[in-house]
Write a protein that binds this ligand. Structure first.
Ligand SMILES: [Zn+2]
Length: 253
């Protein structure tokens, strides 16, 4: 079930069968000359939406709207990037979680598509848990952050597909996933150099100076629709098995 395409009585009925919700979360940021700005929110949304369709026949999954703006200050040197500062992002995550928790969702699973979000999402979880810790109470929520590339089977598949030139930003794997889902958005661009440099991430001007076209160590031109579909299929199976385990997790009595 997709939360945004449901009515409130349907959500109330769903909560009698499951209290798990998946939130795709990402970022709107530059992805080099071949990658779409939405790559990091599209990838988790594409995977979660496909998994939700597969699950319709058996146990329904609840899919929340995509949280599509993240912490991307280091990409602000490139046109089109939109970023929340870490403190804003944490506050927004907390409000999303508390809204869903108020209705009875108690297993909240963020499927993430942006490495730059990880520290802030984990900090937001700690902030939520701390309200209970200081008051000597047990938090009723089980919160999980999972990067789509860490789903079972995905990293080894991508490593096999792209042994050289995978890199860490504007990677052929993430771009392939978006090309598979949106074949009319495929870009043909001559990349120079094929494999750009790698290095640390600091502020936006520093990033632009180190990584002039936005890519970090990634030959985006290796992305194809066919490879993207293979990655999606593996990630969907991985997500379905991971969600099953997550939903079964219980707090100690
Ligand atoms: Zn990305």
């Amino acid at each position: 079930m997709r939360l945004a395409y449901s009515t409130w009585p349907e959500i109330t009925a769903f909560l009698n069968t499951s209290k798990t919700v998946i939130i795709p979360i990402g970022s709107n940021e530059q992805h080099g000359p071949m990658g779409l700005l939405g790559t990091d929110w599209m990838c988790p949304e594409i995977i979660a939406t496909a998994a939700e369709k597969v699950a319709q026949g058996s146990e329904a999954l609840m899919l929340a709207p995509t949280f599509n703006i993240g912490m991307a200050q280091h990409h602000l040197g490139f046109a089109g990037t939109i970023s929340l500062r870490p403190s804003t992002f944490m506050a927004a995550i907390e409000d999303w979680v508390l809204s869903l928790a108020r209705h009875g969702f108690d297993h909240i699973y963020f499927l993430n598509g942006h490495g730059g979000n990880i520290a802030t999402i984990e900090a937001a979880f700690s902030q939520i848990y701390s309200h209970y810790s200081y008051n000597n109470k047990t938090c009723p929520l089980t919160l999980r952050l999972k990067n789509w590339w860490d789903l079972p089977g995905v990293a080894s598949l991508c490593h096999g597909m792209f042994p050289v030139g995978h890199g860490s930003h504007a990677t052929p794997s993430e771009i392939a996933v978006t090309y598979a889902a949106y074949p009319d958005q495929v870009r043909e661009v001559e990349l120079t150099p094929k494999i750009p440099p790698t290095g640390p991430i600091l502020d936006a001007l520093d990033y632009r100076a180190r990584f002039p076209d936005g890519r970090i160590g990634a030959d985006s031109s290796l992305a194809t629709i066919e490879l993207g579909q293979q990655i999606i299929d593996t990630a969907v199976a991985g997500l379905l098995s991971d969600i099953k385990l997550f939903s079964a997790e219980q707090k100690p009595a």
